[in-house]
Ligand binder design. Structure first.
Ligand code: NDP
Ligand code: MG
Length: 381
């Protein structure tokens, strides 16, 4: 049976690679609807190729313009449009939008018991407890797309969770892993966008350079697999070949390996529990790689990772503050309005100023998210 796919964030880095997987397996998957932001160039190409039933774009003017060009397709727009498309009847909803805009559409799809492949880590960091509680309540399956979480998911396959003792996330270290804190003072946006191993969207590439990305992933792992923060470790692994590991009580460790290619975890989330061949993909050649390196994480050097652990342990609304302050700070850095190290300073200040509210509901989270963004803007005045 062909699985019907709805793809949120189709024009982004994960979105385009998800389209690659759907294209490679036309007898397995069919793209029946997708959302885009403002990139009309890729939107047009995807419509022409996949002939979806429905498309959501960020701005209503774009929806009107596209309707004139493709009268057979339904077009919706904005935040309401994103929800409308997320709840469309489908087998899998892939959430590959950027930032906390992915939260409400995901919660609505969960209410219908949909299977959700989630790349959008900001949604889990902001409101992970709501996502997971409601997935349990409505019987929705949440499948990880992020490479580390896909690795953990695969390493836990067929195991009893109670017999696992530790999650070990690997971190490449990002663009600046060999620089000292002093050398970080004057790095530019261009330097930061140059990731050694992965080609990704610009926000997550900056997050990798600050190590916020690994911090968000630690929180994401806590949410998805229900491990205490004390049982989640991060190890620096420059080559990004081992994507993460699970340690069991008998000290045995299961690792998942592969070339750094996001299409592998994307495909696994779509084909789960099956595995499909990948014709054009590069296979792992360990003899060619020769050597894998590991190094202890330095939490003073990578301060943002420590802040993420602190936010996770504080719990409640604090992870939403971490995420919103970071989203705002990264946008300012990309716009060259602040320096690189100010990103973590802003996060730390936003967290210091915040009084944690335990077990927040959606309204509280959205309020805290908006307030945090406002307070970051005020910090610069
Ligand atoms: P991109 O910036 O490349 O793409 C983001 C997508 O979301 C685009 O389709 C964009 O539209 C859309 N979008 C952005 N803002 C809005 C908005 N306000 N309303 C509606 N749509 C919007 O991001 P990535 O693909 O890199 O990342 C997506 C998510 O996946 C993130 O949460 C990231 O952390 C996570 N992730 C990414 C990985 C990667 O390799 N890239 C790896 C693991 C996780 P448009 O471009 O048309 O404006
Ligand atoms: Mg990752």
């Amino acid at each position: 049976m062909v699985k019907k796919i709805i793809l949120l964030g189709a024009t982004g880095s994960i979105g385009v690679q998800t389209a690659d997987i759907i294209r490679e397996h036309p007898y397995e998957f069919s793209l029946i609807g997708f959302s885009a932001g403002k990139n009309m160039n890729i939107t047009r190409k995807l419509i022409a190729e996949f002939e979806p039933e429905i498309v959501c774009v960020q701005q209503s003017e774009d929806a009107k313009m596209l309707k004139a060009e493709y009268p057979a397709v339904s077009f919706v727009a904005g935040a309401d449009g994103l929800i409308e498309i997320a709840v469309r009847d489908a087998d899998i909803m892939v959430n590959a939008v950027l930032g906390s805009v992915g939260l409400e559409p995901t919660l609505e799809a969960i209410k219908l018991g949909r299977t959700i492949a989630i790349a959008n880590k900001e949604t889990l960091v902001t409101a992970g407890h709501l996502v997971m509680d409601s997935a349990r309540q409505y019987g929705a399956v949440i499948l990880p797309v992020d490479s580390e979480h896909s690795a953990l998911f695969q390493a836990l396959n067929g195991e009893k969770k109670e017999q696992a003792s530790r999650l070990i996330l690997t971190a490449s270290g990002g663009s600046f892993r060999d620089l000292t804190r002093d050398q970080l003072k004057n790095v530019t946006v261009q330097d930061a966008l140059n990731h050694p191993n992965w080609s990704m969207g610009s926000k997550i590439t900056i997050d990798s350079a600050t190590m916020v990305n690994k911090g968000l992933e630690v929180i994401e792992a806590h949410i998805l697999f229900d491990f205490a923060y004390a049982d989640i470790d991060v190890v620096l692994h420059r080559e990004s070949i081992i994507h993460s590991m699970v340690e069991f009580h008998d000290t045995s460790v299961m690792a998942q390996l592969g070339t750094p290619d996001m299409r592998v975890p994307i495909q696994y989330a779509l084909s789960y529990p099956d595995r499909l061949p990948r014709q054009q993909a590069k296979r792992l050649n360990l003899a060619e790689i020769g050597k894998l390196n590991f190094q202890e994480m330095d939490y003073k050097r990578f301060r943002a990772l420590q802040l993420a652990f602190d936010a996770g342990i504080a719990g409640g609304t604090m992870t939403a503050v971490l995420n919103a302050a970071n989203e705002q700070a990264v946008a300012l850095f990309l716009n060259e309005e602040i320096k690189f190290l100010q990103i973590e300073e802003i996060i730390e200040r936003a967290m210091d100023q915040h009084e944690v509210l335990a077990n927040p509901d959606l309204e509280t989270i959205l309020h805290v998210d908006a307030e945090t963004r406002k307070s970051v803007k005020n910090m610069l005045k």
